[in-house]
Ligand binder design. Sequence first.
Ligand code: GLU
Length: 264
Amino acid sequence: MGYLRDSHRIVVKVGTSTLTHNTGHLNLRRIEKLVKVLSDMKNHGIQVVLVSSGAVSAGVAKVGFGRIPSSTEEKQAMAAIGQSELMKMYDRFFSDYGHTVAQILMTKDVLSNPVRRSAAENTFNRLLEMNCIPIVNENDSVSTDELTKFGGNDILSAYVSQLCGADVLLNLSDIDGLYDSDPRTNPEAKLIERVETLDDSVFAIAGGAGSSRGTGGMIAKLNAAKIVTESGIPMFILNGKDPEILYELLDGGHIGTYFVADKK
Ligand code: GLU
């Protein structure tokens, strides 16, 4: 099955732990590789929307803050600093491969307001028609409550996939996919290649597995998978450590965990 070959529009979500070193500074080598692969996908004729985390971490590193921000105000200030740092890198690297980026910062209330929702849809469509690569993050500097916050970029990427009418969501994580038990504690853990039905039994095996710097965790990824598959969009969880593995998908191979979309 040609998972990507038949796709016209994809959303790629990449998390903080993939984009930054343990110091919090941007992992330039990895970002550059990711940008090269995504540029190649564009060149192949696939429209790409990138949902990128990393703003808070990049802000902390940039100003030498020295600790994880504890208050909402600190986090929001770090996001504001880091977001421009992040976009500067993406702009530089994508420009090297001849592509134009566009920043979209989202708050959750956009989804429930028909006028703003339709404005967001139109903007995505227009940018993609213009051959740009929209780069999306939560508008951390202004979203504070349940109405405005998505609660992490896994969920944001699921809603962005719906808004753009994506053919598939690729969730790049710091783990190869969903395992039948926690691979960090059980060496016998096996990767689940395909999930046909995302029911409670799947949530039960995911447990609390997560990474140290991102906000994701496997449960958040499964919640994202539930949102997209229920609206007819399949999702992959893949390891973002080596972005070049995405070529395997492009070549028709299978990597990571594939969540089958519900039939519409
Ligand atoms: N929006 C946050 C950031 O850019 C990340 C949220 C997440 O990783 O889920 O730092």
